[in-house]
Design a protein around this ligand. Sequence first.
Ligand code: SF4
Length: 389
Amino acid sequence: MTSTWTEPSNTATALLLLGRGSDPATERGVDCPGDLPAPSDPGLVERAAAAKAALGDRLFVLGHHYQRDEVIAFADVTGDSFKLAREAAARPAAEFIVFCGVHFMAESADILTGDDQAVILPDLAAGCSMADMAVLGQVETAWETLTDLGLAGDVVPVTYMNSSADIKGFVGRHGGVVCTSSNAERALRWAYEQGSKVLFLPDQHLGRNTAVLELGFALGDCVLYDPHKPGGGLTPEQLRDAKMILWRGHCSVHGRFTLDSVNEVRSRVPGVRVLVHPECRHEVVTAADEVGSTEYIIKAIEAAPPGTAWAVGTELNLVRRLALAHPEQQIMFLDRAVCYCSTMNRIDLPHLVWALEELVAGRVPNRITVDAETAAYARKALDQMLALP
Ligand code: SF4
């Protein structure tokens, strides 16, 4: 059977991310000193292969599931952010860890690897809009508000893996835990054994979906703290009554799926199963047939019987790869329009070639480092996650 994959409609932004067209008004934010190859260079694949071969066992390349195919082709291992951080930690002999993902992932890899190992992000502009929605100063202000109300002693901070090292460090300093989309339920159950309230950072949707769907909370048990408003935009009574204080952050990719997307695909494809990531909005998750992490989505598709139809609500690069790998199923993107993670897509073959050739030349480009104190507290919160029952 041939693949039934249908490419979603292109948008102008998506075409730019794919390297077609150019936007002179776009500020990339960082320079890559030296020879950054052009995207059209026909020798890029050979250059990447040659540089990788020259570095041999000194190099380990990690590729997040949302990366482009041209980058995934050079990854020694692929996975979600947590799996990749663990893979990095399990390679103490690798001198260079090239992280094809986004900034917070490279920070976690640096925290979990030795001081003699360099973690490299091929394009420093590859950040994460969700992680950027929780800044340390804002979180400290929120904690002061809770302290002034006499509530901080009851609150356990929990942060999603998709947060900066600063935020993980804050959470470790205040006795909290890091979680992933795979273990958020276990992390929250542990947190509610330590205190009566949780401050969940930075993804409101993962926090709300886990609290309501896994822990059985009412929506009214959750409040939304807006860091751009005094007191988070909440009254002292709302903060006192809440069991779950959700930070107002979201993923700009998963936040795009709507209830309309779900209804539209169900009317168009009879019998379709809707499979979404828990970073999607609550109404999307409750309307879906299955919800789970990136690794869960991959396993669900791999285990599905031939002939089944799936509308998948996660990043487009992964959905397209799953569709092409499973032509025996009808796999489609949940939305009609293209939606890439724009920051993940910053890592392209020219940047990978540039980073690898710099290493071959004896220069270490774009090294990501976390200061020792922040790393120690962040490690505490990560270790607490690893120790979850
Ligand atoms: S998909 Fe969402 S959470 Fe993941 S890196 Fe992109 S913006 Fe951040």
